[in-house]
Structure formats: C-alpha cells, structure tokens
Design a protein around this ligand. Structure first.
Ligand code: ZN
Length: 252
C-alpha cells in the first residue's frame, strides 16, 4: 500500500475530491494525510477524515498563514483538535522566508511551540522549510526534535542539509520535483531507504486548465518508479519499505 504523508486534500471541492479518491484507490494509495494550514483549515481536515476512511488529519499553522486569522490561544485551539481520534500528526508547520512572509521571529515562535505541543501529545510532525534551512535546524535542535518522529516535507535541499536532518532522525519526504530535477535525484539516491517517505502535497490546481494534470496522491506511483530506478531495486520492495517507514512515523 502507498501512504501520501502530506497533502491538502481538504481544499478540494466535493466533485474533484471524489475523483481524487477514486484515482487513489486504483493506484493503491490507502492512507492520505490532510495537513491543515490554519486553525479553520485544520478543522476542515478533521471533518474530511470523518467522512473518508482513507483520510487522516494533520493539524497546524503554516508559517505563511500565521496572520491569516486570529491566532490568539492557538495552542489551546490546536490541543482541542488533537483530541480527535483521526488527528495523527502536527502539520503544516515550519519556516518560510520570503518578502511577503510574516516576521521571522513570529514564525520561529510558532514553529517551536508547535513542535513542543507535538512532543507533549507524542505526535509526529511534518515541517516546511523555504529559504530558512539554518533557522529551521536551530529550532529543530533547540526543541529536541529527536523526542518525536519528524518529516522534512517536500525536500528540495542539498546532501549536506539532508545529512544534518538525518542526524536529527528526521525522515526525508520526496515529492514530484525530483522526477525532473537531476541534482535533487543525486541527493535522494544517496539517502538510506529507511529514512525516506513520499508525498504529493496535493492541493487544487485551478491554474492548470486540464484537470487530468492536477497533482494527486495517485502520482506517488511515479515517485516509486523513479526511486526504484535510482536505487536499482524492485518497486515492490521500495513500496514495502516506505510503507513501513510511514507506519512507523504515524504509529499505524
Ligand atoms: Zn503542504
């Protein structure tokens, strides 16, 4: 079975989601994690997890979305969402340094505090990093991330950064960019298979007119195929190993 460890399927409308679920079943994707980006988006993930057996919820506040809605008492709000039986992860959290991103000190606070809440409830995390590898590593270390299972979502870094993450027992999550990016493929090739997981980061791509071309959990098959070529190993073996890693992280 395949497990999509990071998506935003709660953001699809009903019709598109039903097609996505249908396609996922054909592709043997049996577990899909719907990661929230705000408190209300996390609530949507939980709602969806109640309706669809294969969907599980991740709750969290994305660094870019910190100012999207009132975040007073966000840790209390998250604590309530964690109580739901299908909430199995804290995500999407992290560091995102771009011109229009919220102030870095605020991002650091949110990232650190959400790691601590994951530790308190013994939940795994999946974190996002854009242009802030150094900052993210500092927080990861100071929050003792080794106390929990963790995933570097949508990994695009170099080998040195990957090694630093592996040293903190972080799993590296491989997404579709490595299908085309040779440099990234070379990095992934060197990583131990027992610290790799896979994801699609699926969200509705209205900018792509052809609905067939939207990224969906079924595309995990393409990632498995490429990993199998890179590692010169059977796709079945890769699938089994990644299933084991993902279940270990999610405690399933
Ligand atoms: Zn995401």
């Amino acid at each position: 079975m395949l497990i999509d460890i990071h998506t935003h399927v709660q953001q699809f409308n009903k019709e598109d989601l039903d097609l996505l679920i249908h396609n996922s079943k054909i592709a043997n994707v049996e577990i899909i994690i719907a990661a929230g980006t705000t408190i209300s988006d996390s609530e949507k993930s939980i709602l969806l997890s109640k309706k669809y057996e294969e969907i599980y919820a991740a709750v969290g506040i994305h660094p870019q979305n910190i100012l999207d809605e009132n975040t007073n008492n966000y840790l209390e709000k998250l604590t309530k969402l964690i109580e739901h039986p299908k909430t199995i992860m804290i995500s999407e959290i992290g560091i995102d340094i771009q011109k229009e991103s919220p102030e870095l000190s605020l991002q650091k606070d949110f990232f650190y505090n959400q790691i601590l809440i994951a530790e308190e409830y013994n939940l795994p995390i999946a974190f996002h990093v854009r242009n802030g590898e150094k900052e993210a590593l500092e927080i990861i270390k100071s929050a003792n991330i080794k106390n929990i299972k963790s995933v570097a979502h949508y990994f695009l870094g170099n080998y040195d950064y990957a090694k630093r993450l592996l040293n903190e027992n972080v799993y590296i999550s491989v997404a579709k960019p490595f299908l085309r990016d040779e440099e990234l493929s070379e990095v992934i090739k060197k990583l131990p298979l027992d610290q790799i997981v896979i994801e699609t980061d699926s969200y509705p791509q209205y900018f792509k007119k052809n609905r067939q071309r939207w990224t969906e959990p079924k595309d995990l098959l393409l990632i498995i195929e490429k990993l199998s070529k890179l590692k010169n190993t059977d796709p079945e073996y890769i699938t089994e190993q990644i299933e084991k890693n993902s279940k270990n992280i999610l405690d399933l």
